[in-house]
Ligand binder design. Structure first.
Ligand SMILES: [Zn+2]
Length: 114
């Protein structure tokens, strides 16, 4: 497993390959050219890395893992009581908690009935 430092180096190196538009003279007019020496795939990955830099750099201390059953997503905690990435995950977590409480109560009832 790579260290955090290795991951940061990878993200920063990828973001540095982000294409920079060039100002060119087209006839008598100036035009901003989106031409780039990098492939579209590298440009796309660089764009993702650039946005990851800003997301993690500006919200890193508020980044949380969603603990809903089966969810692997992360979210930016924008409210102190927010615990899930989406309303659907919150509902799934509440349903799982309710199911567990009903199941444990039923098991306890069955054990005392014997
Ligand atoms: Zn989630």
């Amino acid at each position: 497993m790579a260290s955090v430092e290795d991951a940061l180096l990878t993200i920063n190196a990828a973001a540095n390959q982000r294409p920079i538009p060039q100002l060119r003279l087209s006839g008598a007019a100036l035009a901003l050219s989106p031409e780039s020496a990098v492939s579209p795939v590298v440009a796309g990955l660089a764009d993702v890395a650039y946005h990851a830099q800003h997301l993690l750099g500006e919200n890193g201390s508020n980044l949380r893992a969603c603990h809903a059953p089966g969810c692997v997503l992360y979210f930016v905690k924008t409210h102190p009581r927010r615990e899930w990435c989406s309303v659907a995950c919150g509902n799934r977590a509440r349903a799982a908690r309710h199911y567990q409480s009903v199941r444990s109560a039923r098991t306890a009832h069955e054990l005392t009935a014997r």
